[in-house]
Design a protein around this ligand. Structure first.
Ligand SMILES: Cc1cc2nc3c(=O)[nH]c(=O)nc-3n(C[C@H](O)[C@H](O)[C@H](O)COP(=O)(O)O)c2cc1C
Length: 136
């Protein structure tokens, strides 16, 4: 079992509807390829974990990298894992928003990653959900 985590920057015109379309095709294909994972979008950047058979995950990532709806993908982590950390979802997803300075969806990301066994993976998603976008 192989897991890959990357971060990328969305094209400026990518909105929630477009992310909905991305998720629709992602879930269909991931189901067929037995790929699971988590996609987080903060309105500007994507953070995604993909896991499954190594060859299938690499093919999937190669396809994703060519997708014009985002740019500059940076691989953060690539490793063999004993079992799936995001096994419940063909692609869970979450949007991180600031509302009046609060982070209501940071808790949602926390609950999505709560079951992952790797503290580094958990910390990565949690801190992504808490970056101060106003300072960015
Ligand atoms: C941020 C982002 C995440 C994506 N995640 C996945 C994914 O998990 N699985 C997948 O098959 N395609 C994913 N895609 C879509 C692929 O880039 C590509 O459009 C899709 O695999 C093509 O599917 P189709 O040939 O069925 O239309 C993602 C695209 C973006 C921009």
């Amino acid at each position: 079992m192989f897991q890959l985590i990357y971060i990328s920057t969305a094209r400026p015109d990518v909105d929630q509807h477009e992310v909905g379309r991305i998720l629709g095709s992602a879930r269909r294909r991931n189901h067929a390829d037995r790929i699971t994972g988590l996609l987080v979008f903060d309105g500007k950047r994507f953070l995604q974990a993909l896991e499954g058979d190594r060859g299938l995950v690499e093919d999937c990532y190669a396809r994703i990298r060519k997708d014009p709806r985002h740019r500059a993908p940076v691989t953060l982590s690539e490793k063999e894992i004993g079992k799936r950390e995001f096994g419940d979802w063909t692609m869970a997803w979450s949007r991180v928003d600031h509302i009046d300075g609060e982070l209501p969806l940071a808790e949602m990301v926390d609950s999505l990653v709560a079951q992952t066994s790797d503290p580094n993976t958990r910390a990565l998603f949690r801190s992504f959900a808490r970056i101060d976008r106003r300072a960015a």
